[in-house]
Ligand binder design. Structure first.
Ligand SMILES: [Mg+2]
Length: 269
């Protein structure tokens, strides 16, 4: 089985626009970001007055849970939550923006060599969810308008989408987090797509590997593809991601885009 039907087998009306998440849905450049963010946040919490004596496993569970539920939102929200958890443990939190910079510094070290390779002209294939380019081509061929919306800072999303050779497919635009974080959310991008194209929410499809985008598109009445790629092997469904995506409202679950006819069936009318 390639495509698992969780809620609906096909949309009620023909789909006209598609919103994509970026990291983990198209790009694997930031693969492994959780293994940077979670230990860093755990380190911050175990250094607080109450955190010092708390069971480390409990701290890890706490961090994993809030990082996970906020995945797909802008990074700053995970940092705001971290600051709250510091306060709960009688610590004095830093400005959430400082936690965000601390995380980015650590993540940049991990992904720098991937970006350097791509800048030097390496084939982007291994940094893409398998089948991404044929999928985007198929959707454009079927007349869909494509949007990219990411919780990663917009300047990084633009550069990374360009390096991966996918930027031009997004004729609706590429949106990412801004410093002025209150003026961006995936829900806002979805509302803009609906208004700009005079769409009904049911004419919208979403592809995502995170809780937030699946829930937002689902709430708007759209058809949702939960992309549960195991980011290391890149061929199977990651069970943990699958469960989160089902809970968030995914209509179908796919491991990647390797079986294009099964996906095209949902779009071609
Ligand atoms: Mg993602």
């Amino acid at each position: 089985m390639f495509l698992e039907i969780v809620r609906r087998n096909c949309p009620a009306v023909p789909l006209r626009a598609v919103i994509f998440d970026f990291d983990g849905t198209v790009s694997l450049i930031r693969e492994g970001w959780q293994n940077i963010m979670i230990p860093y946040f755990v380190e911050v919490l175990t250094a607080t007055p109450d955190g010092r004596t708390e069971d480390t496993e409990d701290v890890q569970r706490c961090v994993r849970d809030f990082v996970d539920v906020l995945t797909g939102k802008q990074t700053i929200y995970q940092c705001i939550e971290l600051a709250e958890e510091v306060k709960k443990r009688h610590g004095i939190p830093l400005d959430p923006l400082e936690y965000k910079h601390g995380y980015h510094r650590r993540l940049s070290e991990r992904i720098r060599y991937r970006l350097d390779e791509l800048r030097q002209g390496a084939n982007p294939e291994k940094h893409l969810v398998p089948g991404s380019v044929p999928l985007l081509e198929m959707l454009r061929r079927n007349g869909l308008k494509l949007y990219l919306a990411s919780g990663t800072d917009e300047q990084f999303v633009l550069e990374e989408a360009t390096l991966l050779g996918v930027a031009d497919y997004f004729d609706g635009g590429i949106y990412g987090a801004k410093d002025d974080y209150k003026n961006f959310s995936k829900a806002m991008v979805i509302q803009r797509i609906i208004a700009e194209n005079h769409l009904n929410g049911t004419e919208l499809a979403g592809f995502g590997d995170g809780y937030v985008e699946i829930q937002n598109v689902h709430d708007a009445g759209g058809f949702t593809f939960g992309v549960a790629t195991d980011e290391q092997g890149r061929s199977n469904v990651d069970e943990w991601k699958r469960k989160r995506l089902v809970d968030a409202g995914a209509d179908v679950i796919i491991p990647h885009y390797g079986n294009l006819p099964e996906i095209e069936r949902i779009f071609a009318r």
